[in-house]
Write a protein that binds this ligand. Structure first.
Ligand code: FAD
Length: 368
């Protein structure tokens, strides 16, 4: 008889939801995390009353009432609506691309005219079968929107020219012919009142948690402590990189406290020209309608990733998919290990999706 039913490696949303559900089902869970705090990438550091999103800005959104009710059962969410701006060479445009954007770009007030303008630009491009990201984007939004609002941002984000990026990175671009600056189409969105740590603390309430514990520093002993291992760390690391590294893009954050009540008047501004080296400026207080006399901003710089750096965005190109398939073949045959979450599945997950995945897995386990 082992001490725990589940050893859960990682206290991000996947690990925390898994721990909550199995604890509710009467199972004994131990959660470990190599970071000094819980919450994974949704962790907030409270600095002088402002919840700073330490691993990038996080806006919760979902179409699922079940998921919305679930997260709200741990912490109440506010009515924040994500309406970022784009700054191109000092001029501000609304996002997602909508009538406010088109009015600013072309002085067009009429949705039909805006639609025609975009269609004319798409036709004029002569692109029928796009072969790279640049061509793909132009066939979706035309040349002007692409050049002002997509090109520079995307090239900074991926560290490569848009003509050298696979077209598959852009599957769809939200374009609206209404004056609506709400970035998401989902029915529910918001930020936990008091920050994401309250959500994580609620999920992990009554669960044994040990932070600053790296699974790989004591793998044998830790593995012996539980019947089943739930692993939310990097998949390639679990197998000691035997098929090579699964690659990521990384980010560097530069944070500043400023003695002004509001720096930019909005939570997020994307910098879409190629000259400014950062992609976004985040002003954290706006997520929770803060009224402090000061503010905290973060500039987000995309970075090349190498082993040992924080892994943010998986690079799902052909080479990495090949390696992923090899690792997945091994993972499928593990009898006592569950792999879940963005790192173990090498997949970009939004928060509501990772919660849904953990709930689905635990529902299945409760039935069996
Ligand atoms: P993580 O949160 O990464 O948790 C994994 C945990 O495992 C980490 O705490 C890590 O320290 C721990 N771990 C790893 N290896 C080990 C080990 N060896 N030993 C012990 N512990 C280990 N989603 C949205 O819905 N809205 C947004 O606005 C949004 N913005 C985002 C912005 C950025 C910049 C990024 C990168 C992601 C964003 N996301 C957003 C996605 C969101 O961050 C993820 O859906 C979510 O954090 C995934 O949770 P997870 O548990 O899978 O992974």
């Amino acid at each position: 008889m082992k001490e725990y039913d589940f050893l859960i490696v990682g206290s991000g949303l996947y690990g925390a939801v898994f721990a909550r559900e199995m604890t509710n089902a009467g199972k004994k869970c131990l959660v470990i995390d190599k970071r000094a705090h819980t919450g994974g990438n949704v962790y907030c550091e409270n600095i002088d009353g402002i919840n700073v999103h330490k691993y990038g800005p996080h806006i919760f959104h979902t179409n699922s009432k079940e998921i919305w009710d679930y997260v709200n059962s741990f912490v109440e969410f506010n009515n924040f609506v994500y309406s970022p701006l784009a700054n191109y060479q000092g001029r501000l445009y609304n996002l997602p691309f909508n009538m406010n954007t088109f009015y600013k770009l072309w002085n067009i007030e009429n949705p039909g005219e805006a639609e025609k303008k975009i269609q004319d630009q798409i036709s004029a491009s002569g692109i029928v079968n796009p072969v790279n990201l640049e061509q793909q984007a132009i066939t979706m939004v035309g040349k002007d929107v692409y050049e002002l609002l997509i090109k520079g941002y995307t090239e900074k984000q991926w560290g490569r020219k848009a003509v050298d990026l696979p077209k598959g990175i852009i599957k769809r671009l939200p374009v609206r012919f209404t004056f609506d600056n709400n970035y998401f189409n989902d029915r529910y969105q918001g930020i936990p009142i008091g920050g994401y740590n309250r959500l994580i603390n609620g999920l992990l309430s009554g669960v044994e948690v040990r932070t600053s514990v790296d699974f790989f520093k004591d793998r044998d002993n830790l593995s012996k402590m539980a019947d089943v291992l739930v692993y939310t760390g990097k998949l390639d690391e679990f197998y000691n990189y035997k098929f090579g590294c699964l690659e990521y893009r990384s980010l560097r954050f530069e944070q500043e406290k400023l003695n002004v009540p509001s720096y930019q008047g909005v939570a997020v501004i994307n910098f879409t020209d190629g000259i400014i080296p950062y992609t976004r400026v985040v002003e954290h207080k706006h997520f929770e309608f803060g009224r402090q006399e000061y503010t905290i901003i973060t500039k987000e710089y995309p970075q090349e990733w190498s082993l040992g750096m924080e892994a943010y965005y998986p690079i799902n190109d052909v080479e990495n998919e090949k390696k992923l398939n090899l690792y997945n073949t091994l993972a499928k045959n593990e009898r006592k290990t569950i792999f879940g979450g963005r790192l173990a599945e090498y997949k970009y997950y939004d928060m509501h999706q990772v919660i849904a995945a953990a709930l689905m897995k635990t529902k299945k386990m409760k039935r069996s």
